[in-house]
Design a protein around this ligand. Sequence first.
Ligand code: FAD
Length: 378
Amino acid sequence: MVDTGADVLVVGAGIVGTACALALQSEGLQVALLDATQPGGGVTAAGMGHLVALDESEQELDLCLLSLRLWQEFMDEHPGIGEVSRCGTLWVAENEQQLAAAQQRAARLSARGWQAEAVSGDRLPRLEPALRRGLAGGVRVGGDSVVYPPAVAHFLAQELVRRGGRLECGRRVVALHAGGLTLADGGRRSAPQIVLATGVDIAQLLPEVGVFGRKGHLAITDRYPGSLQHQVVGMDYGQAAVSADALAVAANVQPRPSGQWLIGSCRQDGQTDGALDPRALSAVLQAAIRLLPALGGMRIIRAWAGMRPASSDGQPLLGPHPGRAGIWLAAGHEGLGVTTAFASARLLADQMLGRNSEIDRNPYLPGRLPALRNPIYA
Ligand SMILES: Cc1cc2nc3c(=O)[nH]c(=O)nc-3n(C[C@H](O)[C@H](O)[C@H](O)COP(=O)(O)OP(=O)(O)OC[C@H]3O[C@@H](n4cnc5c(N)ncnc54)[C@H](O)[C@@H]3O)c2cc1C
């Protein structure tokens, strides 16, 4: 076993692992970050990078708002990193029921100090001329923004090294032991604490964690600069689980700084590979065109699918594994891992350093899941 001299080994250099590694190093711990490929090469490179205050529950909003505040600090400290666009989100309601939900969202977010205003149907075209006419209204969330996540993960990994941490790329972990791990090349590393931030692949190392892939399709257009001002999302967008063969689709269209439109998104469970499914892609495009008809005349230059790392109860797992001493989890962020990466890192660091957190961390403790408390894994 090679003693790395590290206090903590972080496995997985996606947006979550890099944020955790840098947060721990910044707290004075000595960190080594290992990845099977390279920073930002996992699902972090396959998503949309929408930094969004989601409020499907109070606890979700707490995590988002803490993380968005930390993102703001990051952006202020490192201007020019991550292709940041402060475009805000325009949630669009197509009917009265969605409009009522939009108005509630506007009230809930502004009550928490997050810039949000309800928008009437008449006003929508002035805010976003590309929208179809006759929509019911919506909510404009001025505080939300957009980043390019792999660039941020790459930067965080470099920053880790700059602050004295260690980065090992091309190192696949194949087994965990008390106080250490084994690599695919037979090498071993030891450290008192190990953080697993391996996204959807965490199931290969710890099947009991129960994280699985929730598939989503995306497409990107050619460049049409200035034609979209906000990230436009249908009010029917949510993180709800879907049955194995079902397809949940909602329009979600993002203006890239390049002038391209990044189009999502859908959710499919029970899928084991990342292959493009023409039925799903077509449904995603149709939903987007229904809100933004001009898209029908645009050229799509690439389409792909990614697997959101979903936990069995839809919440991330942040904290110690209850049955394996020295193993910590930072996984299961589903469709919000970019948004919540910094808060996840903060909650993890708070626990490792034995201090209180700004928000309630109980909803995220791995020990909440009965499958992890099963003594068979202890
Ligand atoms: C279609 C789609 C749209 C999305 N849109 C958004 C969005 O708009 N906003 C948002 O906040 N989130 C979004 N997400 C979710 C977000 O992308 C993920 O939650 C987030 O990227 C998860 O990051 P991660 O670091 O946990 O995982 P990953 O990025 O997958 O990183 C895991 C890393 O671990 C490494 N690894 C795996 N196994 C091993 C091993 N055995 N040994 C060593 N290394 C290993 C991998 O190489 C990888 O680099 C979207 C996701 C999808 C699929």
